[in-house]
Design a protein around this ligand. Structure first.
Ligand code: RP5
Length: 157
């Protein structure tokens, strides 16, 4: 059963959002990956969010480019934690998406990550850390992940 939803505004965002799916998979956390646009498919978004908690979703990751509002609109429709990933798809190289996502007016929070693939990876890890607060097995896998990453860093260049 999927515990994390990974939403993106366009199929063209998938390359940048894949690291979220991959790192969650590595940690044994199933994700439900969907293309849902806040402005092109608004009904799809509200329908999905209405059933998300009952379906077992615990965290929602949203990737969007341009005047990115997917994460903000998602946060408006759910009490689940929403993690926003700005996508580098516009002539402004994601800076517009970063500012749109991070500058939520007070009251409806979106935790915002870095632009593009590393932001997506960190959003996946952060989602896992949230779930690991009440899942001891996942916490162990996160510890192993950190240890593996450390062991890959050479002592000398
Ligand atoms: C946003 O507009 C999407 O998240 C995407 O990053 C951007 C461009 O979408 P496409 O025109 O490539 O589908 O809504």
């Amino acid at each position: 059963m999927a515990r994390v939803a990974i939403l993106m505004g366009s199929p063209n965002d998938y390359e940048e959002m894949k690291p979220a799916e991959e790192v969650l998979g590595r940690l044994g956390v199933e994700s439900d990956v969907r293309v849902i646009s806040a402005h092109r498919t608004p009904d799809r978004l509200t329908r999905f969010l209405a059933g998300a908690e009952d379906a077992g979703i615990e965290v929602v990751i949203c990737g969007a480019g341009g005047a990115a509002h997917l994460a903000g609109v998602t946060a408006a429709h759910t009490l689940l934690p929403v993690l926003g990933v700005p996508i580098q798809s516009s002539p402004l190289s994601g800076l517009d998406s970063l500012l749109s996502t991070v500058q939520m007016p007070g009251g409806i929070p979106v935790a915002t990550f870095g632009i593009g693939r590393s932001g997506a990876k960190n959003a996946g890890l952060f989602a896992a850390a949230i779930i690991a607060r009440h899942d001891a097995e996942l916490r162990k896998r996160l510890e192993q992940y950190r240890a593996q990453e450390s062991s890959r860093v050479p002592e000398r260049p």
